[in-house]
Design a protein around this ligand. Structure first.
Ligand SMILES: [Zn+2]
Length: 222
């Protein structure tokens, strides 16, 4: 039996039962993860942690064309810019969870800096021989009735993306979603779609927040 990992609710998901999700629709920035500041004892200077360089690579891109392909490529560019920045490093290693601790939920026993380094190594579980690369195998599908933004499983490189959400997304939302799914490819999971402190969600939120800022300030190099 395949274990499917559903990635619900990155940013604009509607869940009528859940007020928290309803808030996310109008106030997505409530979900911007916490971080320790340099004035706090737990703060770790980014210079203390080694960083590699990651290239974002579209390996197999299925179902995207025209505007959707353009949006995807902008998201790739944003993602690569974000993950290689010092700010991203700072925000991941100094991530503060909702209990005020410097650790991710469902962290497999790894510290923030170990998770950062695992991320920057770029060795997907199913493709560990390509360090330094974020390899993407994407398929666009359409389910107008589903609340699922995208999904993947631990048994395949392929990530499915629902057109229902993708069509309205900004490239920064797409970059956030891609980051979330890719953290799954590194073997990190979340207990539920509400585990905002998990590595897939928290890193996805960090990427989305930074990517949106880059988009707005037009710093994106075409
Ligand atoms: Zn997920």
């Amino acid at each position: 039996m395949k274990k499917w990992i559903f990635s619900v609710a990155l940013l604009f998901t509607l869940d009528i039962q859940d007020l928290k999700f309803q808030k996310m629709i109008s106030h997505p920035h409530e979900v911007v993860p916490g971080r320790f500041s340099p004035s706090e004892a737990q703060y770790l200077t980014p210079e203390a942690v080694h960083a590699g360089y990651l290239s974002v690579k579209g390996m197999k891109i299925d179902g995207f064309s025209g505007e959707s392909l353009k949006k995807l490529n902008t998201a790739f560019t944003l993602l690569e810019k974000v993950v290689n920045s010092n700010e991203f490093k700072d925000r991941v290693i100094n991530f503060k969870n909702q209990s005020g601790l410097r650790e991710f939920a469902s962290n497999k026993g790894l510290t923030n800096e170990e998770i950062y380094q695992t991320f920057m190594e770029g060795r997907e579980i199913l493709q560990s021989n390509t360090p330094g690369e974020m390899n993407y195998y994407l398929k666009l599908y359409y389910n107008p009735f589903s609340r699922v933004i995208g999904y993947t499983s631990g048994e395949t490189n392929l990530i499915h993306i629902n057109w229902r959400f993708f069509k309205n997304y900004q490239p920064s939302n797409v970059a956030a979603n891609l980051a979330h799914e890719w953290v799954h490819k590194l073997g990190f999971d979340h207990a539920s779609a509400k585990e905002h402190d998990s590595a897939p969600y928290a890193i996805g939120y960090i990427v989305g927040d930074m990517a949106e800022r880059i988009l707005k300030s037009n710093q994106l190099i075409h």
